[in-house]
Design a protein around this ligand. Structure first.
Ligand code: HAM
Length: 390
């Protein structure tokens, strides 16, 4: 589990706010669910993912459909920790509950794809597949199990896993199985006409939007609830073992299984830690520069009123402003101003104060300090800040 400290955490603000902006633009509202759920929602573990709570909330509150929501939440998985795989990870996700239109599948992929673009990621691949309906999958499961049994010697101890869930063997990355996996029967061959038409429409939609994708016949994804469309976004800049930065799919029966009405649904989750690793690998979304605009340096030190009022005024006007505490000497106040990364030091000096002025020093240039009317300082700084950012 990770601690995220400033200034690195400023990137989290960036990631979350970009996602929020985009999701709201697509018509998704934020859904907050409790960190704990009824035992049955997760059965054995603490919250491993974000979809089950969304469906639980849907079944409980019965909002009008299609219900479009997004979320931000920590998840917990008892897996072997390694680079990019943690016991606690954070996901941003979006779900659409109560409609089986393939155009919604496309919208969600577009949302995730566009979000990665917002972050500056470009070395990203989209994999899509269809897992068909329940009938298709159960037929396919039998065929696949028969195939695994024919390869029992190569599967060895994993045969037990193959018996329990034949599909899970398909997305293994073991190099000695490559040949066996490539020759395995493919689910796509068993799709019903209806599933095939749905999947074709998803592909058409992606093409229409110019979103490049690859059909990955062995992509089956890890949760039992998936049906029909599944997809995954991988970062080519990351190690192949942990390169999934997002994934999702349809779960057309989950609401019913959780005691609700029939509500075909689809969604995705994207791991913030993984996204940031991908950003690091591509050299995008650097830790943002310090956000402090002005640092108030008090050379007079007579009372609280001047500094406190000036600081409050700057902050209320929309500037990021800070100061030193603890009665520091001017030298140490200036040192702290430098460390803060502030653009300006606003100096309260005795002489200036008598004339109703403050001194301003641009900490990023060698220019001598100047004087500004105390009443005008906030507006003066704001104008210069706007000039610098425009
Ligand atoms: P998932 O593929 O298990 O899907 O997780 C989504 C994303 O969370 C992954 O692509 C990865 O970026 C990140 N992630 C997962 N596990 C870890 C971990 N241990 N450490 C770091 N990052 C991790 C789901 O959870 C589904 N709920 C997605 C979904 C939504 N399907 C339908 N709706």
């Amino acid at each position: 589990m990770l601690d995220v400290l400033p200034p690195e955490s400023a990137r989290w603000i960036d990631v979350v706010s970009r996602f929020a902006l985009r999701a709201e633009r697509f018509g998704y509202g934020l859904l907050l669910t409790p960190i704990v759920e009824h035992y049955e929602v997760f059965a054995r573990v603490v919250r491993p993912e974000g979809t089950a709570p969304v469906v639980r909330a849907f079944v409980q509150h019965r909002p009008p459909t299609p219900w479009k929501v997004w979320y931000l939440a920590p998840n917990f998985r008892a897996e072997q920790p390694q680079a990019g795989r943690y016991r606690q990870h954070w996901q941003l996700g979006a779900e659409v509950i109560g409609i089986d239109d393939p155009d919604v599948d496309v919208e969600l992929i577009e949302l995730l794809w566009g979000f990665c673009r917002d972050l500056g990621l470009s070395d990203v691949s989209l994999l899509v597949n269809s897992m068909g309906d329940a009938e298709t999958r159960s037929r396919y499961r039998d065929v696949l199990l028969e195939y695994w049994r024919a390869h029992e010697s190569l599967l060895g101890a994993e045969m037990e896993r193959a018996e329990a869930n034949p599909l899970r063997i398909l997305d293994s990355k073991r190099s000695d199985w490559l040949d066996m996996l490539e020759r395995a029967p493919q689910l796509g061959e068993y799709l019903t006409d209806e599933s095939a038409a749905h999947f074709a429409r998803v592909q058409e939609g992606l093409q229409a939007l110019g979103i490049p994708f690859e059909i990955a016949p062995r992509l089956v994804r890890g949760f039992d609830y998936y049906t029909s469309t599944v997809f995954e976004l991988t970062s080519e800049a990351l190690d192949a073992a942990q390169n999934a930065i997002g994934g999702g799919g349809r779960y057309d029966r989950l609401a019913q299984e959780m005691g609700g009405p029939a509500a075909p649904s689809i969604g995705f989750g994207t791991g913030i830690e993984r996204l940031l690793l991908a950003c690091d690998a591509e050299g995008v979304l650097p830790v943002p520069a310090a956000r402090v605009d002005a640092f108030v340096v008090d050379l007079v030190g007579v009372g609280v009123a001047d500094t406190a009022r000036l600081l409050a005024e700057l902050r209320e006007s929309g500037l990021a402003a800070d100061r030193a505490y603890g009665g520091r000497s001017p030298k140490r106040q200036f040192a702290q101003a430098d460390r803060s990364g502030a653009r300006w030091a606003v100096i309260i000096g005795a002489d200036e104060a008598l004339r109703g002025m403050v001194a301003v020093k641009d900490l990023r240039s060698e220019q001598p300090q100047c004087e500004v009317h105390r009443e005008e300082i906030a507006a003066w700084l704001l104008t210069r800040k706007d000039e610098a950012t425009s």
